[in-house]
Design a binder for this molecule. Sequence first.
Ligand SMILES: [Zn+2]
Length: 254
Amino acid sequence: MLTDLSWDAFVLPAEALRWRTDIERASDLPVRLLQDDEMTGAEGEAWSEPGLRAVVLAEAAPSPANAMTIVHELGHLKLETEGWPHCYLCHDDPRWIEWHYALISDLVSLVEHQAFFPTMLRIGLDPYAASEADLADPDVLDELRNLAPSLPLPGLKPDWAITMQLLRTLLECRPAIAEAILRDAAQLGPEVRMARDLAAIILAAPLTPQGFADAMRACWQAMGFAPETLCVGEEEETSEVAVLSTGLDSLAAE
Ligand SMILES: [Zn+2]
């Protein structure tokens, strides 16, 4: 069930309040603050659909952690107002759509974080700490390996769930921690190589709408998927796929 929350319950940095104003001005919609008591695995999501802009929290508590989640999700919505395009899967094979969609959504999330995590850090919020705490957990590689059997297309290499977590390690942990984690993951050779390739593409990308679009296409190509299966910046057919929620955010418990 969705419940409207009051913005006044949360103490937010001035920069985040400006982001909210910018989103409202660009979309001509109020940004709603909602709680979804059925959200599992994530602390927050950013929703952008026709007629709706919302930051959605799993819990309503006016805690610093939730304030940070709000700023994070506003960061995703803010990029849309700056012309960062939606990316989605142009493919209707039912065997593919779910996990390919999650893959695109994870990639979008990681590239977008490059654009607003530095600002969060500058205003006193450390979005990298959550990633480091998650990924530096000694059990993390076992957890990653346990993800492998859930993939619906057996035999594909590298394992994308693992690759995306290693990519997140490279992008959202300090270099010393990232390298320690990747050293522990050395036996996951194809995943480590792919994660490094994708990280190089993303880190070299200009933080602009075009740079983002180009990086998404380059990553998709490096992953070996047909270019026409990734749509960038065109109108999506249903509002459902416009939701900017991310699987990695779920794993990150951001
Ligand atoms: Zn995010």
